[in-house]
Design a protein around this ligand. Structure first.
Ligand SMILES: Cc1ncc(COP(=O)(O)O)c(C=O)c1O
Length: 400
């Protein structure tokens, strides 16, 4: 008989799960939640989601779907009705010409991205990733066995990424370039010309492009743009879209990918062995969102512009903070390096940690996005909440 005192053997998990880390953004949310549970009033600039409620007509479509018993399995990649609605919306808004077999609906944009990367990236492939990057890109690539080749950008020209910068980082193993405009975390928007040049360069070299366009409707420049309009380059291009930010539907979990039929079909095969279809009821809500009036999108966008101006002015008024003007998404990405060396602070992670614990303002440190000098401040909240948080930051940083 085994003696009861024998130590339990260490739990042996797979090598691939040990390649990745939990999302830095979700870690902040968890820490802020812990403080809240202790009764502490935390101002939350950490969250990566709209503060708006899902529009009423979308909610009603979901309720109607339940009442009509639309509660069974659907085709893995979404109903024909939903896939047609996605391609139609994209064609109208961006002049693309995808067909039903070139779209797959998934359980959020992150799921679509995960599936696309698993399908395209082989062990030992290099993937070009502009910095600052959304945390999940790096870990999803690593999970697939790929290596990220980072392209540093400079905040002075607003984190601009050019084809020349991408080309300098090519290796013989470059398989994929990931673009994300508007960007999480910097809010930077690539010009249509810069995007087209990167896509053209990739096409010439037979390199894939994944364009994460989850914030494409939250572009505050006059011209919103999707690489889907570059029809001549589509054979090596996958677009990731999501209803999460556009229609304030983060919890509903509905995203999609548009790409060549062979890639989409492989993504569906993978999805058929994991989640199967996105929730049937959510698919009906998504059809209502995509086919209904787009006024709600315009209204939310207008409000984000007000909030963006408010937070950037507030941040710039704090001595020591430098902040670019984000042109999309709902994040500002101030440079806080002027405070390093004060009050024992050495890094953005130190500063964000102290801001949370001492000033009760939740932000996300830049290290998780690949830059050391910044924190991400989400402005998807009310003006009053922005003012409360900015005042706390001003006091805390001023006393350092
Ligand atoms: C750049 C980017 N891509 C994709 C996503 C995924 O969003 P969802 O899975 O909710 O569609 C997010 C969410 O924060 C994001 O910031």
């Amino acid at each position: 008989m085994t003696p009861v005192t024998e130590a339990t053997p260490a739990l042996k998990l797979t090598e691939r799960i040990n390649r990745i880390e939990p999302s830095a953004t979700l870690a902040v949310v968890a820490e802020a939640d812990k403080l809240r549970q202790q009764g502490i009033d935390v101002v939350d600039f950490g969250a990566g989601e709209p503060h708006f409620a899902t529009p009423q007509h979308i909610k009603e479509a979901a309720i109607a779907a339940i009442q009509a018993n639309f509660t069974k399995y659907t085709p893995v990649g979404g109903t024909a009705e939903l896939r047609d609605a996605i391609v139609h919306r994209h064609a109208v808004d961006f002049d693309s010409d995808y067909r039903r077999e070139e779209v797959v609906a998934s359980v959020g944009g992150k799921h679509a991205l995960f599936n696309a990367i698993q399908v395209l990236v082989e062990h030992g492939d290099d993937v070009i990733l502009p910095v600052p990057y959304w945390v999940s890109f790096k870990d999803i690539v690593r999970y697939a066995g790929g290596d990220c080749v980072l392209v540093e950008t400079d905040e002075r020209p607003n984190f601009r990424l050019t084809a020349e910068m991408v080309q300098r980082r090519f290796t013989p193993r470059t398989k994929l370039i990931i673009l994300n405009s508007p960007s999480n975390p910097s809010g930077a928007v690539m010009s249509a010309e810069d995007m087209a040049q990167v896509v053209r360069l990739a096409h010439e070299r037979g390199i894939w492009v994944i364009s994460d366009e989850c914030y494409v409707y939250l572009n505050y420049t006059s011209k919103r743009f999707s690489v889907g309009s570059l029809r001549e380059y589509r054979e090596r291009m996958v677009i990731i879209g999501s209803l999460s930010k556009t229609y304030a539907m983060t919890g509903w979990r509905l995203g999609y990918a548009l790409g060549p039929a062979a890639v989409v079909s492989a993504m569906q095969k993978l999805q058929s062995q994991s989640t199967s279809n996105p929730t049937s009821i959510v698919q009906k809500a998504a059809v209502a969102a995509l086919k209904g009036s787009q006024q709600c999108v315009a209204d939310m966008r207008a409000e984000y512009i007000n909030l963006r101006d408010h937070v950037v002015n507030g941040l710039r008024a704090i001595p020591g903070i430098q902040c670019t003007l984000p042109e999309g998404a709902f994040y500002s990405y101030p440079n806080v390096s002027a405070f390093f060396g004060r009050g024992g602070l050495k890094s953005a992670a130190d500063l964000a940690g102290r801001l949370l614990r001492d000033a009760h303002v939740a932000t996300v440190p830049g290290e998780g996005f690949g830059t050391r000098d910044h924190i991400r401040v989400s402005y998807a909240t009310s003006v009053a909440e922005l003012d409360r948080g900015l005042e706390r930051m001003r006091k805390f940083l001023g006393a350092l």
